[in-house]
Design a protein around this ligand. Structure first.
Ligand code: AMP
Ligand code: MN
Ligand code: MN
Ligand code: MN
Length: 283
């Protein structure tokens, strides 16, 4: 298999990115991406647009999403690739997963009001492209706008993570269900950015073990969220668990993302790229 510039993780205005799917497609193509997937959080409303735009730019395309899952009291993200975007079980599962976000957003705003930040719900909504998908990122953009913090990372650190005033614990989909929705719809489940989770070694082992047991088949090794050392570490984990490897920028916005579409190191040569398992699903 020749080396391929695949970028299988990014976000549009359909979730918490700032660009329309068509603009992302143009940017990916300009950056040399050959195989692309748009992976909006808990949402596949941008899939048909993304696939069409990819075709117009001569890129190959895999359907994608990034499902929010609760595992061991921590939020874990499971990327799904190559599934049927019209699959009813998948659509219903994602709809349920999105369901609690409106109420959660109200609670985030209430927490922020207690520390003197008023009207954050209305403020966040100005940045929301999809009313069913209000995310912490939209609050972060509003807090930067009003000068509460210099950038979104600072907002997360000071206001939106565990123990901070705008943090609201939330129960997302189960690992088992997320994997089931993806695989029953003909796709492959991928553990997103594993280095980002605050797991003990035992919890991480349990995540990979249960992920495999439920039918998960790949892990992100090269991502915008990993250092070079973390990529090496999760290349080892992929081998240890017999998982294929994925590669994706996790691009959200030209102003916020330090890794641009397609601008990533290649996967270590000895790993099986996830797209080799998806040859018949590539459009
Ligand atoms: P939510 O799904 O509403 O909990 O929002 C999660 C999103 O917030 C992630 O997908 C990231 O885009 C963003 N995010 C999480 N942690 C950080 C951070 N420390 N700095 C910047 N963005 C973050
Ligand atoms: Mn995001
Ligand atoms: Mn993620
Ligand atoms: Mn992501």
């Amino acid at each position: 298999m020749p080396i391929l510039n695949a970028d299988l993780h990014c976000h549009s205005v359909v979730s918490d990115g700032t660009l329309e799917p068509e603009v992302l497609a143009a940017r990916a193509a300009a950056n040399g991406v050959e195989l692309w997937a748009l992976t909006d959080h808990d949402e596949i409303g941008g899939q048909h647009r993304a696939a069409e735009a990819a075709r117009a730019h001569g890129m190959r395309y895999l359907t994608g999403t990034e499902i929010s899952v609760t595992f061991a009291d921590e939020t874990v993200h499971i990327v799904g690739l190559g599934f049927d975007a019209d699959d009813p079980q998948m659509r219903r599962g994602l709809e349920d997963t999105r369901g609690g976000r409106g109420e959660r957003a109200r609670e985030i705003a209430a927490g922020l009001a207690k520390v003197g930040i008023q009207d954050a719900y209305e403020g966040a909504l100005k940045y929301v492209g999809n009313p069913e998908l209000v995310s912490r990122t939209h609050f972060a953009r509003y807090l930067v706008e009003i000068g509460a913090c210099k950038d979104t990372s600072e907002v997360f650190r000071r206001f939106l993570t565990e123990g901070k005033p705008g943090y609201v614990p939330h129960r997302w989909a189960s690992l088992k269900h997320a994997i089931q929705w993806i695989t029953d719809a003909g796709g492959i489940a991928v553990i997103a950015h594993p280095a980002r989770y605050k797991f003990t070694a035992n919890e991480e082992f349990a995540l990979f073990t249960e992920f495999k047991a439920h039918g998960g088949r790949a892990v992100e090794v090269v991502t915008g969220s990993h250092s070079a050392a973390e990529a090496v570490r999760y290349a080892d984990t992929a081998r240890e668990f017999g998982l294929a490897a994925s590669r994706g920028s996790d691009f959200h916005s030209p102003d916020e993302s330090h890794t641009d579409l397609g601008k990533l190191p290649h996967l270590p040569a000895e790993l099986v790229p996830v797209w080799e398992l998806l040859a018949d699903r590539i459009r």
